[in-house]
Design a protein around this ligand. Structure first.
Ligand code: GLV
Ligand code: MN
Ligand code: MN
Length: 409
């Protein structure tokens, strides 16, 4: 059988062209979900899919699917994909690499004139990041039946706008039902951590993804004048938040090396330099690959919030808004990725994903695996995020081979 090679230069150019949409001064992108820049990037992706001969559908969560027909139209597709949205200070690879690698797989099959038995599909999932609308991976979650459609469409950003309203505004409230049979799903992604680069390994064969728990916490104390109010009578909500932020960091360290614990968003009210903060809203993100440890971390967080409220005299509301359990990926799909890396002669190692991915939810309804490539310094969710053209091409070639194995030539 002739070997089908992806075109690394074409993939790289597509990545760089896409990175112009929402480009930031520091070389990254800001492409928050369902903003005008997300729409522009979606439009470009759809155009490229159509130019590659794909039939494009959009479902009610705004997930986009580009399908290359197979010989057996009754077969569910072998699917790949990731997300187009980014963090506010995001990079050029997180998410979009998996989308454009999928498109490159289709372009390479077209160039080679090769047909597959099962259709091949590339997907772009709405609001993976969870940055504008919490939680993360919400639209792949609806696809997988984890959330119902109304929940998905009803998620609000900090200004109160919903996913449903914003999808309609940018013209991506599709009419296809959310969810369909998938024969197998593969997602290519940068590692977003330091392991592959440190070990000079080209391919991460992702066997699992760690679990996550997301929380929203509000402390309410009393606004008062920063001058006349004695220290002993204050009920300063920001002091409460500061203690819990420190506690969250300690929870992470106490459960090292695998635990992660982050407060990434804080809102202080009224946020005036000479008023004692009366209310603080903040988020907590706890992660661990072992569910029991993650539960223990949850208990430690709850205890820290209760102790702090008591000490300072604050009212507290702690709500767990999302739980995504640790995910074992499909043994056979994982093996297909490993075999592909081996056949192609790339160095590889098994790895656990620290980040959440749409693959984590799709794994509930289809055999799923992921392909990781190194990123510079392990840095992601940062405008300086970087990956080499060689690694980008290698991950895509592995993706192609694993998908072909599943789709049948
Ligand atoms: C998604 O980027 C995550 O938070 O893991
Ligand atoms: Mn991502
Ligand atoms: Mn991300």
């Amino acid at each position: 059988m002739t070997e089908i090679r992806i075109d690394g230069a074409r993939l790289w150019k597509s990545l760089m062209d896409m990175a112009k949409i929402g480009a930031t001064d520091k070389g990254g992108v800001c492409r928050l979900a369902l903003t005008d820049v997300d729409k522009a990037a979606r439009d470009l992706f759809v155009k490229w899919c159509e130019e590659a001969g794909c039939e494009v559908t959009v479902d009610r969560m705004g997930n986009i699917f580009g399908r290359r027909a197979g010989r057996d139209p009754s077969s569910p597709p072998v699917m790949t994909g990731s997300h187009i949205d980014s963090q506010p200070t995001g990079g050029k690879f997180d998410g979009i690499y998996g989308v454009l690698a999928g498109l490159e797989v289709i372009r390479a099959l077209n160039d080679a004139g090769v047909s597959t038995n099962a259709p091949i599909e590339v997907s772009a999932w709405t609001n993976e990041e969870g940055s504008r609308f919490a939680p993360a991976m919400v639209a792949s979650g609806v696809f997988a039946g984890v959330f119902d459609l109304d929940y998905g469409l009803g998620r609000k950003d900090l200004d109160g706008k919903t996913i449903g309203e914003e999808l309609a505004r940018i013209g991506y409230a599709g009419d296809a039902p959310v969810g369909k049979p998938v024969r197998a799903f593969f997602e290519a992604h940068i590692e977003q951590g330091p392991i592959l680069e440190a070990e000079q390994t080209t391919i991460g064969v992702v066997t699992h993804a760690q679990g996550q728990r997301w929380y929203e916490c509000t402390f309410t104390g009393q606004e008062a004048h920063a001058g006349p109010t004695p220290m002993r009578t204050r009920r300063d909500a920001l002091v409460g938040a500061a203690r819990v932020i420190d506690a969250v960091n300690r929870i992470g360290h106490a459960n090292a090396p695998l635990a992660c614990a982050t407060v990434g968003l804080v809102q202080v009210f009224p946020n005036s330099r000479n008023t004692i903060p009366g209310r603080v809203f903040f988020t907590v993100d706890l992660r661990h690959p072992d569910d029991a440890t993650l539960r223990a971390m949850d208990a430690e967080l709850r205890a820290a919030v209760a102790k702090t409220s008591e000490e300072i005299g604050l009212q507290s509301a702690l709500e767990e808004i999302w739980y995504s359990p640790p995910v074992p990926f499909d043994v056979e799909c994982v093996a297909a990725v490993r075999r592909a890396a081996e056949r192609l002669g790339y160095s590889h190692r098994d790895i656990v994903s620290g980040a959440g991915h749409d693959a984590c939810y799709v794994a509930r309804v289809a055999p799923t695996a992921m392909v990781f490539i190194p990123c510079e310094g392990g840095i992601s969710h940062n405008e300086i995020e970087s990956a080499t053209p060689e690694h980008v091409a290698a991950g895509c070639q592995v993706l192609l081979e694993a998908m072909l194995e599943r789709a049948g030539r």
